[in-house]
Structures are given as structure tokens and as C-alpha cells.
Design a protein around this ligand. Structure first.
Ligand SMILES: C[S@@+](CC[C@H](N)C(=O)[O-])C[C@H]1O[C@@H](n2cnc3c(N)ncnc32)[C@H](O)[C@@H]1O
Length: 221
């Protein structure tokens, strides 16, 4: 799959996939979107430790890098699993140059550890953050261990409708521990109805710049 590096409006880079006419992040700002949807409305609302996070669509590793930086400054110990069906090459991940825009202590060190982390194995990035990268589809991925937080960062329903269907939503519900939360940038009506149908309590928050709403869905029990 051909991938091109593009700069978004906040100065951070993303990947554009010509065959899908789709970007990996919001064109209004990749960093801004990740910080808003996954950190501000996900990670920073969690209090349990250890905290188990599942990311669906690991991609460039931006969300894991931001979470590694946030974990360092928090009281939480985070165990992070990133599932990716089409891994981005290490060279392309490096070319994203995220540490230069993130501007947080040790971002460059964590970024290089995340990029070189072995697939299919738990890697310690720092004392409060470990990462397991899984080279597989979310449909094939199985684990007995439950998660407290899911970063659902699949391509949008326009290009990858199957990722937003009830079978995947049910799987996300089953992956979560009671009180667990799924956050995503998508707030499409049918998706929200399907989340409620499988048992989630759905809340909508203001989206990142360029997007009216985003979704946070909680598994109450
Ligand atoms: C919107 S991009 C993710 C952006 C990523 N979180 C980042 O910060 O770079 C969607 C990602 O989902 C991946 N993907 C597509 N189909 C998938 C599947 N069935 N299971 C897991 N990942 C998938 C794509 O390869 C892509 O990396």
C-alpha cells in the first residue's frame, strides 16, 4: 500500500493513503486530534493503575508516544497493546518526526524505543509504560486479559465500514473490564446506536478542531 507523508495544519505530520484517499489523522492537526480524543478524553480521565490500554490501529505510534510521555508524568503504570494490520515501516515512523512537535521530556528516547520495539512481545519503554505491538487484524486478535481503555483509531467508516460494524463493537465491549471506556473520533449516528445496542453508555464530547463531536463509550458492568 503506497503511503505519503503529509504535514497537517498544526505542523505535525500524518500519512496519506492515495488508494483510499484517506489520512491517518485529521488534516486540521494530527497532534491536536490525538491529544484531544485519546489523551484529554481518554487517558487523563482514568485513575486505575495498572491501566491496560488497547489501541486499534497502531499506525505511526503517535498515540502510544503521547501516552508514554503522559504516563511518565502520572501516577499510573500503563500496559499498552497496539494492534496493527498493516505496520508502518520504521523508516516512515522516524520520518514523522513526532518528538520535535511534542516537545515533552524524553519524547525522542521513547519514540526510538517504540519504533524499535519487537512485535508480539512486551517491551518496557520506561518504568511506568510497557508496549506490546501486535501485527494482526483486530478481527483475528484474541486475549484473555481485559482492558480499561480502548483507543479506537480505525480508518473512518467511509473507507473501512467493516471496522465500525456491530461484530467489532461487540468485540471491543467484550475486551473491556467493567467501567472500561472506549474513545474514538467518530460520532456517526449508526455507530452510536450500535454502541448502545451492545450495551455501552454513550457520551458525546466536543471534537478536536474541525470536528463537532467525538464519542466516549463506557461499559458499566
Ligand atoms: C486512522 S489510522 C491509525 C492512526 C494511528 N493510530 C496513528 O496514530 O498513526 C488506521 C490504522 O488502522 C489500521 N488498520 C486497518 N485495518 C485494520 C484492522 N482490521 N485491524 C487493525 N488495524 C487495522 C491501518 O493500517 C491504520 O494504521
Amino acid at each position: 500500500m503506497k503511503r505519503e507523508l503529509r504535514q497537517t495544519e498544526d505542523g505535525s505530520n500524518t500519512i496519506y493513503v492515495p488508494a483510499l484517499n484517506e489520512h491517518y489523522h485529521s488534516f486540521h492537526g494530527a497532534l491536536q486530534e490525538s491529544n484531544h480524543v485519546f489523551l484529554k478524553n481518554g487517558f487523563y480521565k482514568m485513575s486505575q493503575s495498572p491501566l491496560r490500554i488497547l489501541e486499534v490501529g497502531f499506525g505511526t505510534g503517535l498515540n502510544s508516544l503521547l501516552t508514554a510521555c503522559a504516563s511518565f508524568n502520572s501516577n499510573l503504570v500503563t500496559d499498552y497493546v497496539g494492534v496493527e494490520a498493516y505496520p508502518v515501516t520504521s523508516e516512515m515512523m522516524l520520518n514523522m518526526e513526532y518528538p520535535s512537535v511534542i516537545n515533552q521530556r524524553n519524547a525522542a528516547l521513547y519514540s526510538s524505543k517504540i519504533i524499535s520495539a519487537q512485535w508480539g512481545k512486551r517491551n518496557v519503554i520506561h518504568s511506568k509504560f510497557s508496549l506490546t505491538k501486535i501485527d494482526d487484524t483486530i478481527q483475528n486478535y484474541h486475549t484473555e486479559e481485559l482492558f480499561n481503555l480502548i483507543y479506537f483509531d480505525a480508518f473512518g467508516p467511509r473507507v473501512q465500514g467493516d471496522m465500525w460494524q456491530k461484530d467489532v463493537i461487540q468485540k471491543m465491549f467484550d475486551f473491556l473490564a467493567p467501567q472500561g471506556t472506549l474513545v474514538t473520533y467518530c460520532a456517526m449516528g449508526q455507530f452510536k446506536r450500535d454502541l448502545r445496542d451492545v450495551g455501552f453508555e454513550v457520551s458525546c464530547f466536543a471534537g478536536p478542531p474541525g470536528k463537532r463531536e467525538m464519542v466516549s463509550a463506557q461499559k458499566l458492568k
